[in-house]
Design a protein around this ligand. Structure first.
Ligand code: HEC
Length: 157
């Protein structure tokens, strides 16, 4: 009998520890629900950060420039289409194996010149993106990035 009681004690202890842990999880879940991100996330509920100060005021000098769009198309087809798809729908042959996958480059308010220039330059190797999107700033000149953005805009319609 004595040994039985001795065995029960640790079990009770473990059980109450479990209860405490569960209560903490419940509290954490409530806390997360009560603090939504400050800016309303777009349709998919993904957090879209704004570009850092060094990119915030960037504007594409080549928007609508036919020559830039044509050059941008060439840059896009050889560097971007494998993931983003020929028409920017996120359906390139490499897209299926990516997590997170590329999203359709549709006309969304957050896809500003500054945002796209930032994302193309710096890629996805940082929070909150943590994606396979490469950083292009050491491969493409600033002009080439603007040309490809001019082409992206033409795809977005
Ligand atoms: C290896 C696959 C891959 C290649 C190649 C690639 N991307 Fe991406 N790209 C992604 C993925 C995955 C995402 C989505 C995750 C993220 O936002 O980081 C993304 C995100 C982006 C975004 C942000 C879109 C958004 O909705 O936030 C832009 C803009 C973009 N890519 C442009 C380009 C351009 C331009 C090129 C070519 C110069 C390119 N990408 C090449 C995988 C790729």
């Amino acid at each position: 009998m004595r040994s039985n009681k001795a065995e029960m004690l640790p079990i009770k202890y473990v059980f109450s520890l479990l209860l405490i842990v569960m209560a903490l999880f419940a509290l954490a879940a409530c806390g997360a629900k009560q603090t939504p991100p400050p800016s309303a996330p777009p349709s998919e509920g993904r957090e879209i950060p704004t570009p850092p100060p060094e990119y915030a005021n960037k504007k594409n000098p080549l928007t609508g420039n036919a020559g830039a769009i044509e050059t941008g198309k060439g840059i896009y087809n050889s560097n971007c289409a494998s993931c983003h798809g020929e028409t920017g729908l996120g359906d390139g042959p490499a897209a299926k194996s990516l997590n997170p996958p590329p999203r359709p480059l549709a006309q969304e308010a957050y896809l500003t010149d500054a945002y796209m220039f930032w994302r193309i330059s710096e890629g996805g190797g940082m929070p909150p993106f943590q994606s396979a999107m490469p950083a292009w700033k050491s491969f493409l000149s600033e002009e080439k990035i603007w040309q490809v953005i001019a082409y992206l805009r033409s795809l977005m319609g």
